[in-house]
Design a protein around this ligand. Structure first.
Ligand code: NAD
Length: 296
């Protein structure tokens, strides 16, 4: 089976490329930046006018879409909405026309502040961030475009994913603790998140590729943990970690545990890493004792 990974040179893409290649799948990465490993690579942007022809030429069996700008601000929102929303919708159209199964990564950022917990896939959509809004537009329009066809569209909504090569709050704190820098908690770290180790997310994407079950699926652990508690897990493993508190700007979003019943039931997904285990693997990687790519 040949899998085309759009945006496959980033954090999640790097882990996915490794695992799909190890699993004897042919992989092609399409990205504006080069992958960090030896894999078939097509340089390009999902904004390219000839995207449809390029995808046709690659002749894959399935597409996984990871291409996105994660940091969306007043400085780059035009470009970010073009990529995360409009070009992504174009990709949905291409998949519909080529009858190409697609696994698309959305995000739990689309829920905004949780109004109940654990948040399931029917939780109200109320993105607080521009990023969340851009991700929601893509999946909403994408479902309109593909929903009535026979093309399998699997939308995954992962929570915050962390691990080797990540750029999230857990990985940032691990790197700070290892380099003896102070970990800064905003508002005493009261904000709760469902932290997902990257191997577990790769496991979920693998299942989505293999099972081809259309629908929308949360991906997480089902456990809500405060950022303070997460930092204490790091401190338990690296006892000399320094943690300080600062007052925030009131813009942090209150979330928490997500409900993973649907992906458990329909894709047989089960998270395999506790927060302690995932943090331990991340620490091993950054202290030079671990492998960058972890076995599922
Ligand atoms: N990392 C997380 O915690 C997380 C959580 C939920 C959802 N997601 C989603 O998963 C996907 C991958 O996330 P990631 O953490 O690997 O992000 P990343 O920023 O590490 O990787 C994104 C990749 O997309 C590529 N890209 C950007 N613009 C492009 C364009 N115009 N054409 C082609 N490629 C382009 C980038 O070069 C990069 O390689 C994203 O869609 C993100 O929204 C990530």
């Amino acid at each position: 089976m040949k899998v085309l990974i759009m945006g496959g040179s980033g954090f999640i893409g790097s882990h996915l490329v490794k695992h799909l290649s190890d699993g004897n799948k042919d992989v092609t990465v399409f990205d504006v930046q080069k992958p960090n490993q030896n894999v078939e690579f097509q340089s390009g942007s999902i904004l390219d006018a000839s995207l449809g022809d390029k995808i046709k030429d690659i002749d894959a069996d399935k597409i996984v879409n990871l291409a996105a700008i994660k940091k969306v601000s007043s400085q780059n929102y035009y470009e970010a909405f073009n990529i995360n929303s409009l070009a992504t919708v174009k990709l949905f159209e291409i998949c519909r026309d080529l009858e190409m199964p697609l696994v698309h990564l959305s995000s739990t950022a689309i829920y905004g502040t949780f109004v109940y917990e654990p948040a399931d896939e029917n939780h109200p959509i109320n993105p607080v961030s521009l990023y969340g809004l851009s991700k929601f537009l893509a999946e909403k329009i994408g479902r309109e475009i593909i929903g009535d066809t026979n093309v399998p569209l699997t939308i995954l909504r992962p929570t915050i994913s962390y691990g080797p090569m990540g750029d999230d709050v857990v990985t940032l704190f691990v790197k700070k603790a290892l380099s003896n820098e102070t970990i800064t908690l905003v508002d005493n770290g009261i904000y709760r998140r469902d932290f997902l180790f990257v191997s577990d997310l790769i496991h979920a994407i693998n299942l989505a590729i293999d099972e081809e079950v259309p629908g929308i699926f949360n991906v997480g652990t089902g456990n809500g943990v405060t950022i303070f508690e997460m930092s204490k897990v790091i401190q338990k493993i690296i006892p000399n970690s320094k943690i300080v508190n600062v007052v925030g700007n009131g813009k942090e979003v209150h979330q928490g545990a997500i409900d993973i019943t649907k992906i458990r039931n329909e894709l047989n997904f089960e998270p395999r890493y506790s927060l302690e285990q995932g943090i331990n693997e991340t620490i091993k990687f950054y202290s030079g004792a671990g492998k960058p790519f972890l076995h599922l």
